[in-house]
Design a binder for this molecule. Structure first.
Ligand code: ATP
Ligand code: MG
Length: 390
């Protein structure tokens, strides 16, 4: 009996004429990801994708596949020549496995795509359900709200499966252009980058540090975060920019309370330059309204005015608790909370302006050699490509 992994992709199937493009991107992404395990067959058939599980470790494959954007859910299915006897037997086997996991109620659902099969769907469900009830004590049918659905599909062959393991959904990675994420060492920006990547947008990252005022560990922390993100994105190109000279210049020439807002504008301006160079079509930040002084609407306006490119802020209306939940789910949380500081804490004013005015800030920038500072920072930028297995 063959064993396969059924891979469902919801939203992509709505894409009309673009559908083959999205499907093929997903297929390619899955093939590339499972290659680390072996020479595994992945193929497309009746609006779904399949992986031949053969003797491979199915948990390993599930772990990889459920991280791939575009995958809505997966199930392990048995495939065999369709006949009622065998269908009952395999369904019973699946039911027994579910009982071991504590399942109390079930329902059999049948799809009969092959109209030549002599037994009709409702009757298949009834017969299989009856067979399971006969053989397992204590298991009950619940047609409205079952703990588990045992699915029977009769096509060229019979397919039987039960457990559905959820994926993240979204769109296939790389199907939606490219964006540059301003990646700090905090909780928010990795989540912001992940959310945009989930929509199929390829991401690159840019990080600012104030070495040697900030430590090597702080830099490594960001590399670690990029590595975790790369598990969803195959690889991440990380640009690392030293902001220290810029902060020193601000410290020397401008009001202390404008340090944060001025550095944020430099970050954005530098990110935009690098983004254009790298053919990115948007910037992504982890800003969320009101979280800190630099995230009031006034501050966001002033920061935003430093660039022309669209800035995506996927967390803008989210509460910290919900952001934390996502960071736990995607595995960045533990790294994000490590206590190494990025550049924002150097020269930090006691009282940052919370309602900056753009004219004022532009006046302050006139005291600085903005152009020279930006090009120096970019000329000294370091670039590394981070991959999951590094
Ligand atoms: P995070 O948790 O992402 O660090 P935050 O709550 O600390 O966010 P801010 O310090 O105001 O908020 O930063 C807002 C956004 O600016 C960050 O989400 C990130 O996108 C960007 N940013 C801040 N500091 C850096 C940095 N050192 N390098 C790159 N981007 C940064
Ligand atoms: Mg931060």
């Amino acid at each position: 009996m063959e064993k396969v992994l059924i891979i469902r992709y919801g939203e992509i199937s709505l894409k009309g004429l673009n559908r083959p493009y999205f499907e093929n991107t997903l297929l390619k992404n899955i093939r590339r990801s499972v290659r680390q395990i072996g020479d595994i067959r992945v193929y497309k058939s009746h609006g779904r994708l399949y992986i031949d599980l053969e003797d491979y470790d199915e948990e390993d494959i599930i772990e990889i596949v459920t991280k791939i954007f575009g995958v809505v859910s997966v199930s392990i299915a048995y495939i065999f020549e369709a006949n009622m006897e065998k269908i009952c037997e395999v369904a019973l086997k699946q039911a027994l496995e579910c009982v071991e996991e504590g399942i109390k109620t079930f329902k059999v659902e049948t799809k009969r795509a092959n109209k030549n099969f002599p037994v009709k769907s409702p009757e298949i469900s009834r017969t299989v359900g009856g067979y399971i009830l006969e053989h397992i004590d204590g298991l009950k049918v619940d047609v409205h709200n079952p703990d588990i659905r045992i699915n029977v599909e009769v096509r060229d062959k019979a397919y039987v499966y039960s457990r559905k393991i959820p994926g993240f959904g979204g769109m296939p990675y790389g199907s939606g252009g490219k964006a540059m994420v301003l990646l700090s060492g905090g909780i928010d920006s990795p989540v912001a980058g992940w959310l945009v990547a989930k929509r199929g947008v390829e991401i690159e990252a840019i990080h600012y540090h104030s070495y040697p005022f900030t430590s090597d560990r702080a830099k490594e922390k960001v590399i670690d975060l990029a590595r975790i993100l790369s598990k969803y994105c195959t690889k991440i190109r990380l640009h690392s920019v030293n902001l220290l000279n810029i902060q020193k210049a601000i410290n020397e020439k401008c009001h202390a309370e404008e340090m944060t807002i001025l550095s944020r504008r430099f970050m954005m301006a530098i990110a935009e330059r690098v983004a254009v160079e790298r053919k990115c079509k948007a910037l992504v930040t982890g800003e969320s309204i009101g979280q800190v002084a630099s995230q009031t609407l006034e501050s966001i306006n002033v920061t935003n005015a430093a660039v022309n490119m669209p800035v995506f802020r996927p967390l803008i209306a989210m509460d910290k608790m919900d952001i934390v939940k996502i960071s736990e789910k995607i595995d960045t949380y533990e790294t994000s909370i490590l206590p190494f500081e990025d550049c924002c804490t150097v020269f930090l004013p006691d009282r940052p302006v919370t309602k900056p005015r753009l004219e004022r800030i532009l006046k302050s920038e006139e005291l600085l050699d903005v152009e020279g500072l930006i090009s120096d920072a970019i000329n000294n930028m370091e670039v590394i490509t981070v991959k999951p297995e590094d």
